[in-house]
Design a protein around this ligand. Structure first.
Ligand code: AP5
Ligand code: MG
Ligand code: ZN
Length: 211
């Protein structure tokens, strides 16, 4: 199989998908395709379904036609990528199956109380999108990105109420997606509660064994 695998990273909000996707993108030299970042960069884009902002700030899913188009365009010829934040419902699973073939499907598992702590303490670089945490992953200088010097801010949807709604939507709509891949026999579950570097060691070993 190719050295540039098609990797799908699943997990609830705050599981570490963005953090670990950056490692996968570096290690395997593949693009990081993430609907969340793409939507945040186009929050006020006018579509026939309204703008992404209203859905995202409420913690609800953005309508399928909008995200499907983002993914189809971003995957391009589908020669190696790490996909994060998609698919989130069964319609998106079917759409994805039509446009690409996955080589590795991993789930990062983290308990609910840990997720809330991670999300409400997250800080994100406005320039390069790197993730930090006020307790678990501090930058060298408070409020400044180690990678690029950009400003670190809190995401609009990382308030406690919106976090709870995102977790509710995950349980209701995205857990069936996880079950879909489990039933297909391709899901590899990874303990996402380890340290970021231990999660990465496990994830890399899992990908290397699969490709
Ligand atoms: P999206 O941006 O995808 O958000 P999400 O799925 O809720 O996931 P997060 O980005 O919040 O978490 P993550 O798993 O990436 O964790 P991270 O690495 O940052 O989506 C946002 C919104 O966009 C959705 O609500 C929806 O409205 C819309 N949307 C997106 N995709 C869509 C789709 N397909 N269909 C419809 N709508 C869509 O880590 C979290 C924190 O924990 C960080 O602070 C990090 O430093 C820390 N951390 C990471 N790993 C560890 C560790 N091992 N130990 C301790 N701390 C850690
Ligand atoms: Mg993310
Ligand atoms: Zn940065």
């Amino acid at each position: 199989m190719s050295q540039q695998p098609n990797v799908l990273l699943l997990g609830p909000p705050g599981a570490g998908k963005g953090t670990q996707s950056a490692n996968i993108a570096d290690e395997y030299d593949v693009p990081h395709v993430t609907t969340g970042d793409a939507l945040r960069a186009n929050k006020d884009m006018q579509t026939e379904h309204g703008t992404p902002r209203s859905f995202m700030e409420a913690g609800e899913l953005v309508p399928d036609p909008v995200v499907n188009e983002i993914v189809a365009e971003a995957l391009g010829d589908g020669e190696g990528y790490v996909l994060d934040g998609y698919p989130r419902n069964e319609e998106q699973v079917a759409y994805l199956a039509d446009i690409t073939t996955l080589d590795v499907v991993c789930l990062l598992s983290v308990s609910e109380s840990e997720l809330v702590d991670r999300l409400t303490g997250r800080r994100v670089c406005t320039e390069c999108g790197a993730n930090y945490h006020v307790e678990f992953d501090q930058p060298d200088e408070e409020g400044v990105c180690d990678e690029c010097g950009g400003e670190l801010i809190q995401r609009d949807d990382d308030t406690e109420d919106t976090v709870r709604e995102r977790l509710r939507v995950y349980h209701e709509t995205t857990e069936p997606v996880v079950e879909h891949y489990r039933e297909a026999g391709v899901l590899q579950e990874i303990d996402g509660e380890q340290s970021p570097s231990a999660v990465w060691d496990t994830l890399r070993a899992t990908i290397d064994e699969t490709i």
